[in-house]
Ligand binder design. Structure first.
Ligand SMILES: Cc1cc2nc3c(=O)[nH]c(=O)nc-3n(C[C@H](O)[C@H](O)[C@H](O)COP(=O)(O)OP(=O)(O)OC[C@H]3O[C@@H](n4cnc5c(N)ncnc54)[C@H](O)[C@@H]3O)c2cc1C
Length: 444
């Protein structure tokens, strides 16, 4: 068993609300032959840190580098929304959330799935609970306590964390080029695990700049595309003034996929100054995006009153007194208020609003044409990145077996619901363990 590491330098680098101490294991070589190995992890998000933990568990020395002044910034940001860690649905449903990459990601989840993730969080002293929708959150709904406990544990295992260290590609000898305030280092590592994230929310670190370096080195990557994103709508100025920020509560969105399947889901959306967004839109966004990519546009349909039939809406409108406006009847008798009424008025013509025989059907099936996703940097996540075809089951590159890739930088996507973080953690476990096994098996 490795001895407790010795803290050689204290309280140096801020990790959001967490304080990182640089820790060096006390003579790790004496304790475990594998400790002589040196692994570099680049990217200190959930995937990279999880890979580092697996290596540290095996007694292997690992150094983590991150370009940002603190680690896990996107993870902490996810905590602002409550930190939806995973989902408590049956395995058969869970694995389908990864679309055409389900079979690849299923292998990771067999190693480290929702239950393992919850047990791991509990080991860090944070209990989880299942919300009404089956989504799993940490008690307290915050990411910082979990990250703080995790960083402390990693440090105690001898993992060194180097923030403000940006990986800038490879030099002519294939060494890693890392830039920091101290200058440029050329690092030769026995194994490298890249965990550089996707291509959205650059201000949190995942700027996607790595893609150009990978492509220049001949590593097959798919271009980034927004995932879990909103869409532009050219609202008028007066519409924006009145309705931007208005929620659309409990509506149904219908989208036909490019393969002809009809997707229908009830949930909440939001009218923004730029267009349309929110959980329900994010959930359908991959299908909408694929349609736009293929056909140049996507026609979606809103059911603004999912709990009412066309006949019920007709009956309510028929009882309208001459002095009542249509809007008032819709609002008062049918509950078609705020965002719902705004969307109806924003998308229907005056003539359609006045055509009371047709209006109920329109309310139940209001078409909207979407043509442009919001900019990729706004997306919750991205599709694209390192293609699975060039990876081993252990997530190293077939062409460069000492190089691993994990997390959102791989070419997969998933809806919100905890599926993103679960797969990021799971990929870190798979790659970290494979990497550790390869080093331990190495002839000395
Ligand atoms: C607002 C928001 C809310 C979210 N909420 C949830 C949620 O509730 N549940 C869920 O499952 N998912 C959520 N996600 C998605 C989830 O946070 C990400 O999928 C996940 O963080 C990806 O993990 P990762 O380790 O692959 O990459 P990241 O967390 O993006 O980490 C990548 C790291 O690499 C570093 N890096 C990048 N380039 C370099 C370089 N050249 N040199 C050195 N370091 C570099 C970055 O600084 C960063 O720290 C949310 C995302 C956002 C934006």
């Amino acid at each position: 068993m490795p001895k407790t590491p010795k803290v050689t330098q204290s309280a140096k680098t801020a990790v959001g609300p967490v304080v990182v101490q640089k820790v060096v294991a006390r003579n790790p070589e004496d304790q475990n032959p594998a400790a002589q190995s040196r692994v570099v992890v680049i990217g200190a998000g959930p995937a990279g840190l999880m890979a580092a933990e697996q290596l540290a568990n095996a007694g292997i020395r690992v150094a983590v580098y991150d370009a940002m002044p603190s680690v896990g910034r996107k993870f902490l940001r996810a905590g602002i929304g409550g930190l939806n860690l995973t989902h408590d649905e049956p395995w058969e449903d869970f694995v389908t959330r990864y679309g055409d990459k389900s079979s690849e990601i299923q292998r990771w989840l067999e190693v480290f799935g929702a239950n393992e993730l919850r047990a791991w969080v509990a080991e860090l002293g944070v209990e989880t609970f299942v919300g009404s929708s089956g989504r799993v959150f940490p008690v307290g709904n915050k990411a910082a306590p979990l990250l703080r406990a995790w960083i402390k544990r990693l440090q105690n295992q001898g993992v060194t964390l180097h923030t403000k260290h940006r990986w800038c590609g490879w030099d002519a000898e294939g060494n890693l080029v890392i830039e920091s305030a101290d200058g440029t280092q050329h690092i030769q590592a026995q194994r490298v695990i890249f965990a550089l994230g996707g291509g959205s929310w650059a201000r949190l670190g995942s700027d996607g700049a790595w893609l150009a370096h990978f492509q220049a080195r001949g590593i097959h990557c798919a271009p980034f595309r927004p995932s879990n994103c909103g869409f532009d709508v050219p609202w008028t100025d007066s519409f924006i003034q009145q309705h931007a920020g208005t929620p659309l509560k409990s509506v149904v969105l219908t989208v036909k996929s490019v393969t002809g399947q009809v997707w229908r889901k009830q949930g909440d959306a939001l009218i923004s100054s730029k267009g349309i967004e929110g959980g329900l839109v994010y959930a359908g966004s991959a299908l909408i995006r694929d349609n736009i990519q293929k056909y140049g546009l996507c026609r979606v349909y809103w059911d603004l009153l999912p709990d009412k039939t066309i006949a019920q809406i007709k009956a309510a409108l028929a009882k309208r007194r001459p002095k009542d406006s249509v809007s008032n009847v819709l609002r008062k008798k049918l509950g078609l208020a705020d965002g719902k009424l705004a969307l109806l008025k924003g998308l229907a013509s005056k003539e359609q609003m006045a055509e009371l025989q047709q209006l109920p059907a329109l309310i139940k099936n209001l078409p909207q044409v979407l043509q442009t996703p919001r900019p990729i940097d706004e997306a919750i996540s991205t599709d694209g990145g390192v293609r699975f075809e060039g990876l081993t089951p252990g997530l190293s590159l077939q062409s460069q077996p000492h190089v691993y890739c994990v997390g959102e930088m791989l070419d997969w996507e998933a809806p919100t619901g905890g599926y993103l973080l679960t797969a990021c953690f799971a990929s870190g476990v798979v790659a970290g363990r494979d990497c550790a096994a390869s080093l331990i098996a190495m002839p000395r």
